[in-house]
Write a protein that binds this ligand. Structure first.
Ligand code: BG6
Length: 473
């Protein structure tokens, strides 16, 4: 495991909220090497003491072990203020850290990826076996993503580039792979003959506050669908890999992404809805709508099709939005009804279809919805009722938040949960078809009150499992 982490964007939101707390937990649980050190790089002027005090104020220490781990992390952290556009300054400040194999983590806006990478290379920090980790978004469309990927490859080999999609580090996502490929029962029904539809919902109560500039340039399609939602879709739809190594899995995911049917101007009208939240109430508090000159969306609903043998005819409904009534992330696979109904009650119409429901948030669970007869049946009639089989992993103290898992994998060099260049580009290709079609069709951005499930036009896209969605489903 490499023991030097260079963290660029160290004073940014992601570092404060996820990366430093993850390192604190990993140190607490003794999962990092003995000589582990962090070089924190940001634009703000701090000396080591100033940065440590700044960080200390922002990290929770619920008990003595966490407090001791934070002290340990701060002792191992050295801060450097740097302008990533200044290659000479990068070489001067960073070359002393080229003494050991390192992982450089760019938690920065994508326009800094290429200059940072060139500076790192010049400072000797990208020599084999050192690695590079990049946060999303990788570009804003296919052309810019390709440009970034090409420039990165001039600095180091793809086998040492780790593109993060933190959804891949979430525990139920791992469990989905185990369920799909570790069980004959699942794989046998995993295709269009038995599956009716797939829903992927990522609803957030949070708005875009504090990130208006970034968001206005990206919008929900690029911020959420291009990466997190398409990665979930790819894992659900991919063919079984021949082995569980990084490239076998990524080869299969890429094939799915390349099979997504591009959307034309004619398609977007019936198969997509864009929305933007207006003033409203979320969690009992009044919130202001998203106001910006750009016509960017904070909500998107799509009906996608995968044009291959396994999935022909199965709609994949993707819905994501900010300022929704609850924070709910779930994937619902709905199976087709049984072909011949023999029970009296409930009537076939009322029987609930079998569903596999994988929740990522707020709680992490996997449930299989079945019909059964639990109560002692009345004579002559078998009374069916929906039952739910809990397939979740039992909560374990070893359960890690996504970034903890991904940081360890990057330090160890395991690329399985990271996204390859060709996957990113295949995803952008599909996303570009939608944004171009929206432009061509002048697709309007519908307003929805904050605290609702999006524009009324999107009702048909919401999963039926969503109770009280306000659209009568
Ligand atoms: C980020 C997006 O990648 O994921 C944010 O940029 C979004 O807009 C976040 O809020 C959601 O992550 P999670 O883990 O809270 O669902």
């Amino acid at each position: 495991m490499h023991d030097t982490l260079l963290l660029f964007g160290a004073t940014g939101d992601l570092s404060q909220r996820y990366l430093f707390p993850s390192l604190q937990h990993l140190l607490r649980d003794r999962l990092l090497p003995p000589d582990f050190r962090v070089v924190a790089i940001g634009r703000s002027e701090h000396d080591d003491g100033g940065f440590q005090a700044w960080l200390r104020e922002r990290i929770d220490t619920p008990d003595a072990r966490d407090a001791a781990a934070l002290d340990d992390l701060l002792r191992r952290t050295h801060y450097i203020a740097l302008d990533l556009g200044d290659e000479q300054a990068m070489v001067a400040a960073l070359s002393p850290y080229a003494d050991r194999p390192s992982v450089s983590y760019l938690a920065t806006p994508p326009d800094l990826f290429v200059p940072a990478c060139r500076g790192l290379k010049a400072a000797g920090l990208l020599e084999d076996p050192s690695r590079l980790v990049l946060e999303k978004p990788i570009g804003r469309d296919l052309a810019s993503a390709h440009e970034i990927n090409t420039a990165l490859k001039d600095c180091l080999d793809e086998s040492r580039i780790f593109r993060i999609d933190h959804y891949l580090g979430k525990a139920p996502v791992q469990n989905l792979l185990a369920l799909r490929f570790g069980n004959t029962l699942m794989e046998a029904v995993w295709h269009n003959r038995w599956i009716e539809s797939v829903d992927i919902l990522v609803a957030e109560t949070a708005g875009v506050d504090g990130r208006e500039g970034y968001y206005a340039h990206y919008g929900a399609l690029r911020d959420m669908v291009q990466n997190h939602m398409l990665q979930l879709l790819a894992l659900i739809a991919m063919e079984p890999p021949s082995m569980l190594d990084a490239d076998s899995i990524r080869d299969e995911k890429r094939k799915v992404l390349r099979s997504l049917r591009p959307m034309s101007v004619a398609d977007v009208a019936g198969n997509s809805v864009r929305g933007r939240y207006a003033d409203g109430v979320v969690d009992g508090a009044a919130v202001r709508g998203f106001r910006h000159d750009s016509d960017v969306e904070t909500f998107v609903a799509l009906r996608a099709h995968i044009d291959n043998w396994r999935w022909a005819g199965v709609p994949f409904r993707l819905v994501t939005g900010k300022r929704m009534p609850s924070r709910t992330t779930e994937v619902v696979v709905t199976f087709k009804p049984v072909s011949h109904w023999v029970f009296e009650r409930p009537s076939r119409e009322r029987a609930r279809s079998n569903r596999l429901r994988m929740r990522l948030q707020p709680e992490e669970t996997i449930e299989l919805g079945l019909m059964g007869s639990l109560a002692a049946p009345e004579w002559g009639a078998t009374e069916l009722q929906p039952m739910s089989l809990d397939l979740s992993m039992s909560p374990s103290p070893k359960r890690r938040i996504a970034y903890e898992r991904l940081l360890v994998d990057a330090l160890k060099g395991d690329q399985t949960l990271f996204v390859r260049d060709d996957e990113v580009e295949a995803a952008w290709q599909w996303i570009d078809s939608i944004s171009n079609a929206w432009q061509g069709a002048n697709t309007p951005v519908q307003s929805y009150p904050a605290g609702s499930w999006g524009p009324t036009e999107a009702a048909a896209f919401l999963p039926a499992t969503l109770s009280g969605n306000g659209h009568g489903k």
